[in-house]
Design a protein around this ligand. Sequence first.
Ligand SMILES: [Zn+2]
Length: 414
Amino acid sequence: MSVCVHDAAQILRPPSDGLPYLRHDRAGELRLDGGALTAADGQITGFEADAGAVIQVDGAGCAVVPGFVDAHTHLPFAGWRAGEYAQKVAGAPYEEIARAGGGIAASSRAFGESSDEAVLAQAGALAREMLAHGTTTFECKSGYGLTVDAELRALRLAGDLGERAEQGATSTALLAHAVPAGYDADSWMDAVAAMLPRVRADTRASALDIYVESVAFTNEHLARMGELAQANTLALRCHVEQFATHRSVPVALAHGARSVDHLACLHPDDVAPLAGAECAAVLLPGAELLGAEHVAPARALADAGAICVLATDANPGTSPVLSLPLVIGIAVRRYGWTVREALLATTLNAAWVLGRSGEAGSLEAGKQADFLLLDGPVEHVPYRFGHNPVAAVFIAGRPVHVRPDAAWRIGGAT
Ligand SMILES: [Zn+2]
């Protein structure tokens, strides 16, 4: 099948082909010239109009951008925790919510009580909602299992979700999320080490993840997770500096982390080393807003040339958010970022975190034809805050979601 988008007002392209990522001090080099994009047999073929392509897309007034990549979600999970949000808004601290049986423990109970089909039905519906908002690749995490068997189940279900969803999906083993009942943090890390052969043999996990916080794990556990990741040729990712400053970033960098995520409380002295490393700063402005957290030093990270990424952190507790356009809107306003910076952070750099930037994340000949038709220029994405700008979604050159009011744009060869 061949497709041609013609007469687009803007096409977001990298400054050159073959870049695995683009540091944020170079985001201004992203190109937004108008024109055409063609694809055939699932891949982008070029940027000249082709009247012979089977599918013709009228791009007049529209921007064409790479499909969004959501590099930090907690799918699949079971149920929601709306009551906790009301408690939080009323001022209840997380410790109090957790003591009353809420928090991660509540999601762990819900996960344990839900059948595989029920978990996949909820997660599949969320994946479709993400698709309608332009996400064409997303990450799944385990972490609500909190037993060895239940973590393996979560990773198996993540793989099943990736099979069923239209999008490409990757799996991260968040094996140190909360300290399970019957363990202390040290003995649970022993259990994690012991389960890794099964993780590698029975799941598609490509990364290990850990939550470093006063209520969870420490920098010593992060260092150990880094050693386990290296020994098992898995990427290391970590939730760090969310609620307090623990100076976890130097530890993560010393262990070759692929990403450090959250960073709302990043120490100023850690900005430059992070920006100089081949490690992404994954920022989660939806969680920051809804949790009334500190705001990550995103302007400083971008200016210093970090590999910045924006993600939803989609989860039932701190960020029940699925829309990357909404996250872009929050980031532009609260971080003082340009639209190009926000788009870079949700496309090429996000794909790099997931090990997918060779085939996804930018519009280049030879890459998979995952692209979005937006209903206006890219500047409208943050500006029309809360509006879903995604008129049509193409994955591997196939239209997999078309908004009814944009259906007239997609037709046959002329
Ligand atoms: Zn998270």
